[in-house]
Design a protein around this ligand. Structure first.
Ligand SMILES: Cc1cc2nc3c(=O)[nH]c(=O)nc-3n(C[C@H](O)[C@H](O)[C@H](O)COP(=O)(O)OP(=O)(O)OC[C@H]3O[C@@H](n4cnc5c(N)ncnc54)[C@H](O)[C@@H]3O)c2cc1C
Length: 397
């Protein structure tokens, strides 16, 4: 599906496409294996810096922060064109998409000076310290403790699932600064230098790719963090956990939609391959029905996404966000599972070829990876709760 907007917006698209054609990294570069979501390889630093210098890294931001004051429709076009080409803006997505808007919105002028531009220019990378062994979906239960002692905090506790912590320069870390008040009201956000004595990141292995370590446990033992690194108010961390992303959230479904289209095209190609039971995989009518369903789901996702976006543009509530996250992540998983099961034993070989989606990985690797999308930012069960309570108006449990 390709929507056309007004003439001014289509001129914006033409400028962007022309610029991407001249500057975007080649396929070979994009295929290079990543080490983690906070490891900035040489090419990715250069690419992010090139985007920044040209005003294409954060087009909706003002020009002094590397943007071009793009309207929401222009930003939608921007995400459409990058997603269609599978081009990442940054290899440190949490730094660019979550942490830099938080520093822009909550940081002091000194913090913006010290952290914001270096983050946008890919000079530093970040991890996000939210989840703990006893605090994931119920983030407000976090226990990592920070005690204010004069001009610094003393931090003790543990984070888990911290993506890229072993490669990150900095961590935006949510800590409990007041255990006596209701749990949402006693949380603060600290900017922690990952080289601080007493901060230890321990990466652990992942099932989907043996050579790719993104998850970490991070331990804090009497780690000293300057008071100047408090982001926002003391005990005012909860609104920061909710993110500064309301704007972009209306557009982030586009990656799901293009990935589902790519997975569907991969299933169509797979249909031409030999089946383990003889003939072609695509000769099986059950397979053909499931591929058709995948194509229908991809179009439904696009329609729902654009409907939510147009409500957002009109300033109306858009409950589509939870539906899009749930339907997008689970539809992709169903399509990948179909590919995996239909390839038979070959599909389980993580070295074998898969659909051209996320650029690398067999059906097995991509199916294993797809679980990741159903968990962060609210698990599928949490999305179902939100849909039941806030969209359908069912009673809270
Ligand atoms: C790819 C990936 C990257 C991540 N990166 C980071 C990161 O960089 N930093 C970070 O801090 N965290 C990160 N996380 C962690 C993520 O935020 C948590 O996994 C998520 O919040 C869920 O928490 P949990 O794993 O503790 O599961 P839990 O919250 O313990 O949930 C366990 C199960 O119970 C279900 N459940 C929980 N509560 C309810 C409820 N009220 N109703 C119904 N069912 C419920 C859940 O759906 C789930 O199936 C990442 C996770 C993934 C998968």
């Amino acid at each position: 599906m390709r929507l056309r907007y007004g003439a001014k917006e289509e001129d914006f698209r033409a400028d962007l496409v022309q610029w991407l054609e001249a500057n975007a990294p080649t396929s070979d570069v994009l295929m290079q294996p990543k080490l983690s979501s906070a490891h900035l390889s040489d090419w990715s630093r250069k690419w992010q810096r090139t985007l920044f210098d040209a005003g294409w890294l954060v087009p909706g931001w003002p020009s002094e922060l590397g943007g071009r004051n793009a309207t929401p429709v222009e930003q939608m076009i921007y995400f459409e064109e990058l997603s269609r080409r599978e081009i990442p803006r940054s290899l440190n997505p949490q730094g660019l998409s979550i942490i830099s808007p938080s520093i822009r919105d909550y940081g002091t002028p000194e913090q913006r000076e010290q952290f914001l531009l270096p983050t946008l220019r890919a000079e530093v990378s970040w991890c996000l310290g939210m989840s703990e062994p006893q605090a994931g979906s119920d983030l407000a239960s976090l226990r990592t403790r920070a005690v204010l002692d004069g001009d610094h905090f003393v931090v003790n506790g543990q984070k888990v699932w911290t993506s890229g912590a072993h490669h990150a320069d900095w961590c935006l870390c949510f800590v409990r600064t007041d255990p006596e008040v209701p749990k949402h009201k006693g949380i603060s956000a600290l900017i922690v230098d990952m080289k601080t004595p007493g901060v230890e990141a321990r990466p652990f292995a992942e099932l989907s790719e043996p050579d790719y370590h993104d998850f970490n446990e991070v331990f804090f033992t009497d780690a000293i963090v300057p008071r100047a690194n408090l982001l926002g108010e003391l005990n005012g961390g909860w609104p920061i956990t909710q993110g500064s992303l309301a704007h972009e959230r209306a557009m982030l479904w586009i990656d799901f939609a293009y990935n589902l289209e790519r997975a569907t095209r991969g299933l169509v190609d797979l249909g031409d391959e030999e089946s383990s039971t003889g003939g072609r995989i695509g000769d099986d009518p059950v397979y053909r029905d499931a591929v058709a369903q995948s194509a229908i789901d991809a179009q439904a996702l696009m329609c729902m996404g654009y409907r939510g976006f147009s409500k957002f543009m009109a300033g109306r509530a858009a409950p589509e966000h939870s539906l899009l996250k749930l339907f997008g992540s689970e539809s992709i998983q169903r399509s990948l599972e179909l590919g995996l099961m239909s390839e038979g034993c070959r599909g389980l070989d993580t070295e074998s070829r898969g659909p051209r989606m996320w650029r690398v990985g067999s059906w097995a690797t991509q199916w294993l990876r797809s679980f990741g999308a159903t968990i962060p930012g609210g698990t599928s069960e949490i999305q179902r709760n939100i849909i039941a309570e806030r969209v359908l108006g069912m009673p809270r449990r």
